[in-house]
Design a protein around this ligand. Structure first.
Ligand SMILES: NC(=O)C1=CN([C@@H]2O[C@H](COP(=O)(O)OP(=O)(O)OC[C@H]3O[C@@H](n4cnc5c(N)ncnc54)[C@H](OP(=O)(O)O)[C@@H]3O)[C@@H](O)[C@H]2O)[C@@H](O)CC1
Ligand SMILES: Nc1ncnc2c1ncn2[C@@H]1O[C@H](COP(=O)(O)OP(=O)(O)O)[C@@H](O)[C@H]1O
Ligand SMILES: [K+]
Length: 539
């Protein structure tokens, strides 16, 4: 389980835990964990040894360098964590400079104690200011300005300070949350706010959704959770978690020797209006490489005779095709013609597994009758609770999978893109409940929501995916998993995870993050699925 907790949950857990502990114990634990993380970072970072062409193995040992750490301590308890960490690092012989914000009258007793500990150490204290950041040659900055208590956008002199930190070349370790980021949503607290860009975040008590979606990944960097030895009994069941193999792998299947093409299902991708023929082709190629037995491309008009690059695909006119014969992925390049709308109505009325993407989502957005039809299709599917995963699997294939990007989600919800992005989890959950479908809200930290309220944030993927056609590949991949018998919820989780993991593999091997193409993703997805099979991670 990789649960994600909203700030209100964290505060409740913290409150219950603190009641059983000596005053300030949690902050002391947070400070110790932060100092240990800082020391790990300092010893793993290749210290800047001299000229740019000096190789790291010729670098002098860390102990012989003058290690200088800058600690930013804000007015609240996040600042208290920073002061605890500063005291530990100073006690370890590290040169520590604390830029300290004077607390208000309501300083907590634990913060006051942390301040005294830091003041009694060898740490130097200065006022928080941008010039103080710029004058030092820091090996590490620790951000303890604001955590989950940030109540308004960072402005004024603090804004300049954050801008100055964001210019520094050294690692930046954020405590709990990068200052300026909303821990619940991953949005920068605004209007006109700014957030500190950390290379690493050590987050306390439990992991937080905002570190993994929207602006979160760019600002939090690598996230480590310090549980602070909280009694697990105090942790509520999380309705939000990070995506991972255990949530879906047992629904993917290894091949049987006795299998034949009929065993692995038919996928029909419906789309490809004139000028948009490539979209369903990409989707269909992805379905084929993700293991579907037979793959069709159904055009609303003027069908291509074949895909010369992938002659295995069967290209047809959608009109005459029996929609009951296949898992349908409708939308890539479908257009907004009357024919397209009719095809969507037929697809929703069909009985088999259904994925709705791209232009079909836009048609859905301005056709309330189709929304009602989709919702009643999904309402016939009873969610079942699965004890092992504590996640509801939607076993009934009647539940459709919808794969909107933020603009498509905004159209469906009648909101602006900014409003969707301001709370991606809420947007995905609202859509899933309204349309009784599994909703995949795409983008950095894709959010997958089920009609019953379960919600997952996906940690794989990178900006290599920010290129036309990768969404088509995702829909084809997901349709192929549905066609092979995977229920909608694990199919959506698996597709998003595999799609992101393939992009991560390609980026690691230099085929990205700049210039990767959607087509290149397809063989990498196939390799990823086969790797799971080889490692016996699927049955
Ligand atoms: N309690 C515990 O046991 C534990 C707590 N833990 C730690 O506590 C953190 C939460 O602490 P917190 O609640 O004190 O909030 P925090 O994030 O420090 O900010 C509040 C302060 O900032 C101020 N302020 C807000 N916005 C501002 C702005 N834009 N510009 C300027 N000022 C602004 C606000 O002032 P006010 O709004 O009252 O005027 C107030 O002074 C949590 O993230 C974790 O790190 C861990 O140690 C685990 C144990
Ligand atoms: N910066 C990013 N980080 C991670 N994933 C991304 C990023 N940008 C795009 N993606 C992913 O790439 C895909 C893009 O889909 P979409 O916007 O529908 O593109 P298209 O319609 O051109 O195929 C989605 O799966 C989305 O989550
Ligand atoms: K912080």
């Amino acid at each position: 389980m990789k649960p994600l907790y909203r700030s209100a949950d964290i505060r409740a857990i913290e409150h219950a835990a603190a009641a059983e502990l000596p005053e300030g114990e949690l902050m002391r634990r947070a400070g110790r964990a932060a100092a240990a993380a800082a020391q790990r970072l300092l010893s793993s970072a290749a210290p800047h040894p001299g000229p740019a062409d000096t190789f790291p193995d010729r670098a002098p040992a860390l102990q012989r360098l003058q290690v200088r750490v800058l600690v930013l301590a804000g007015p609240g308890n996040n600042g208290g964590d920073a002061l605890e960490a500063a005291a530990h690092l100073a006690d370890a012989g590290i040169s520590v400079t604390v830029l300290h914000s004077r607390p208000g009258n309501a300083q907590s007793p634990e913060r006051a104690a942390a301040w005294r500990r830091a003041a009694d150490s060898s740490a130097r204290f200065e006022e928080l200011s941008a010039p103080a950041v710029q004058t030092g040659d820091w090996q590490l900055v620790i951000d303890g300005l604001f955590g989950i208590g940030l109540a308004r956008p960072i402005g004024g002199a603090l804004r300049a300070l954050v801008e100055a930190v964001n210019q520094l070349p050294c690692p930046v370790l954020a405590l709990d949350v990068p200052s300026g980021l909303d821990a619940d949503t991953g949005a920068i607290v605004g209007p006109d706010g700014i957030a500190l860009r950390a290379s690493h975040t050590i987050t306390f008590i439990g992991d937080k959704p905002g570190l993994h979606t929207n602006e979160g990944r760019d600002h939090a960097g690598i996230v480590e959770v310090a549980h602070l030895d909280i009694d697990p009994a105090l942790l509520p069941t999380a309705e939000l978690q990070l995506n991972r193999l255990e949530l879906f792998a047992r629904h993917l299947h290894a091949r049987r020797h006795s299998g034949h093409k009929g065993t692995y299902g038919n996928v029909a991708v419906i789309g490809g209006a004139t000028g948009m023929r490539g979209a369903p082709i990409l989707s269909a190629r992805a379905a084929l490489h993700a293991g579907a037995g037979r793959v069709y491309v159904l055009f609303p008009e003027d069908p291509l005779p074949a895909d010369s690059g992938q002659p295995e695909l069967m290209c047809r006119l959608a009109e005459g095709y029996d929609f009951g014969q296949a898992t349908l992925a409708i939308g890539p390049g479908l257009g907004d013609s009357a024919t397209a709308a009719d095809l969507l109505a037929r697809a929703i009325a069909s009985q088999g597994p259904l994925l709705v993407d791209a232009d079909a989502l836009n048609l859905l957005a301005h056709t309330p009758a189709l929304q009602r039809a989709l919702a009643s299709r999904g309402a016939t599917a009873e969610p079942t609770q699965h004890a092992l995963q504590a996640a509801r699997l939607l076993d009934a294939s009647a539940t459709a999978v919808l794969t909107p990007h933020p603009l498509e989600a905004a159209r469906l919800l009648g909101l602006s893109v900014a409003a969707v992005q301001a709370d991606r989890v809420a947007a995905a959950r609202t859509l899933a409940a309204r349309l009784q479908a599994v909703v995949v809200l795409k983008g950095s930290g894709t959010v997958i929501a089920a009609p019953g309220g379960d919600c997952v944030i996906n940690p794989t993927g990178n900006p290599a995916l920010a290129t036309a056609g990768t969404g088509d590949v995702l829909s084809g991949l997901c349709a192929a998993l549905l066609a092979q018998g995977c229920p909608p919820w694990p199919a959506a989780l698996a597709a998003v995870w595999l799609h992101g993991a393939a992009a991560d593999e390609l980026a690691a091997s230099g085929v990205g993050p700049i210039g990767m193409t959607a087509g290149e993703l397809i063989p990498a997805i196939r390799a990823g699925i086969n790797r799971l099979a080889r490692l016996n991670l699927v049955r």
